[in-house]
Design a protein around this ligand. Structure first.
Ligand SMILES: NC(=O)c1ccc[n+]([C@@H]2O[C@H](COP(=O)([O-])OP(=O)(O)OC[C@H]3O[C@@H](n4cnc5c(N)ncnc54)[C@H](O)[C@@H]3O)[C@@H](O)[C@H]2O)c1
Length: 166
């Protein structure tokens, strides 16, 4: 069953696409954004291709069909469109501290205190990414194992101020 909850994915490269497919597999409304508009349309095409291949090989996750899962994923033309109203945001931009900090500041200004802000970072500790965010208690690192769609394991790392952890 499709869920009436939105997930924002920021960055539509290898990892962002895989996250989008995982959330769509259980029916979330996924909105994916990239700084390069052409990356978003390439991602939507590639996701459809991947879902069809997964179906053919008997590896498609969830109970929704390929078409239903693909319909759950929409491309966004702005960061605001991607993150507004989302219950959970998964960042998947390049592994660059200053870039990620800039992106999290932009996200922080667009969300309220009900949104969880999550990073895919492989190597950066969550405190460095979130220390001066207004919504820093909602910040978490969710680092997927590669390839995320196939390996159901995520390393979840809180910052010292992440609510509900200590
Ligand atoms: N590839 C892996 O094996 C792997 C595994 C686990 C975690 N990660 C982490 O996931 C993150 C993404 O890695 P990837 O392999 O998908 O990279 P990638 O290069 O495939 O994709 C990064 C995407 O971010 C986009 N981007 C750059 N600046 C942006 C901005 N300001 N706003 C929106 N989009 C922007 C780029 O255009 C690109 O499409 C990194 O932090 C990486 O360390 C990667």
């Amino acid at each position: 069953m499709p869920r009436n909850e939105k997930i924002g994915i920021v960055g539509s490269g290898f990892i962002g696409r895989s996250w989008a497919m995982l959330f769509a597999g259980v029916g979330y409304e996924v909105c994916i954004y990239d700084i390069k508009a052409e990356q978003v349309s390439a991602a939507l095409d590639d996701i459809l291709h991947q879902l069809k291949n997964l179906h053919k090989s008997g590896l498609l996750r969830g109970k929704l069909s390929v078409e239903e899962q693909h319909k759950c994923i929409k491309g966004a033309t702005s960061l605001k469109e991607c993150v507004s109203g989302a219950v959970f945001i998964q960042e998947a931009v390049f592994e660059d501290l200053e870039l990620k900090k800039k992106v999290f500041h932009q996200i922080d200004e667009l969300v309220d205190s009900n949104t969880i802000i999550s990073s895919s970072t492989s190597c950066i500790v969550p405190s460095k990414l979130s220390s001066d965010l207004t919504n820093k208690t909602n910040f978490i690192v969710s680092h997927p194992v590669n390839p995320p769609y196939y390996v159901p394991m995520v390393e979840v790392v809180p910052a010292p101020w992440t609510s509900g952890w200590f």
